[in-house]
Write a protein that binds this ligand. Structure first.
Ligand SMILES: [Zn+2]
Length: 234
């Protein structure tokens, strides 16, 4: 009698613990409270070039925060790479550290050398898409939020998919899908997007972009957009 009483308590506790654990790990939770049930290996067979802007002697935008654009986007690129690989994609980073991707290549010293080296790497890889990560700057210290740029007509769907997810994930101002004549968009042969994640001229966003959790949220926003893009195509 005593034995069965205690064993039923233990059984109840065990069930509660299992219920709690399944709630924690059953689906991908986001800070916005929504959850996405990603099909496993949603990106299997896809090759994705992730391009953290700037690097080496070029820090990119140096705003009011502690970290540079080159540092921020490199950290976000590594988070994004991990998410994409977990979903089955092959990922190529145009730079893996604080380096100039043109150094040591045939492009070294040429005009647009950094950008030409990135584009050559992408076009050689026959990647499905090219995703360039940047931080923005404005004379207006109140300017804030995310924008996704396209140039070629077949860039648009990718930019639209990323833009639908990124500002929502960051709870940031949605600056929309924009047309931009950027070298890496103009010269890549595959659909490409240039993402301006936030403003380093804005004190709040500069601080957020220096923090690991916010960089991970940025990577998640771009990641969900990429998954949506490929799911809409198939
Ligand atoms: Zn930039």
């Amino acid at each position: 009698m005593k034995y069965s009483f205690y064993s039923s308590i233990w059984a109840t506790i065990l069930m509660l613990v299992m219920f709690f654990i399944s709630g924690l790990f059953g689906s991908e939770k986001t800070t916005s409270g929504r959850s996405y049930n990603l099909p496993s290996r949603a990106l299997a067979g896809r090759t994705i070039v992730v391009d953290p802007g700037h690097g080496g002697a070029d820090p990119g935008t140096v705003g009011v925060g502690k970290t540079t654009e080159a540092d921020n986007v490199l950290a976000i690129a590594w988070e994004l790479k991990q998410l994409l690989e977990q979903a089955g994609a092959r990922v190529i980073l145009t730079r893996q550290g604080n380096v100039n991707p043109a150094d040591g290549t045939a492009y070294s010293g040429l005009p647009n050398s950094q950008l030409a080296a990135r584009v050559a790497q992408a076009n050689r890889s026959e990647a499905d898409i090219f995703v360039s990560l940047h931080n923005d700057w404005s004379d207006d210290p109140n300017a804030a939020g995310s924008a996704s740029y396209y140039y070629k007509s077949h860039d648009w769907a990718l930019a639209e998919a990323v833009q639908r997810r990124l500002p929502a994930q960051l709870k940031a101002n949605d600056r929309g899908v924009r047309h931009g004549d950027f070298y890496v968009l103009r010269n890549t042969s595959m659909p490409a997007v240039l993402v301006e994640i936030g403003f380093l001229s804005n004190a709040r966003e500069a601080e957020l972009l220096s923090q690991r959790w916010y960089r991970l949220e940025a990577a998640r926003g771009v990641f969900y957009g990429i998954v949506d893009y490929f799911q809409a195509m198939s």
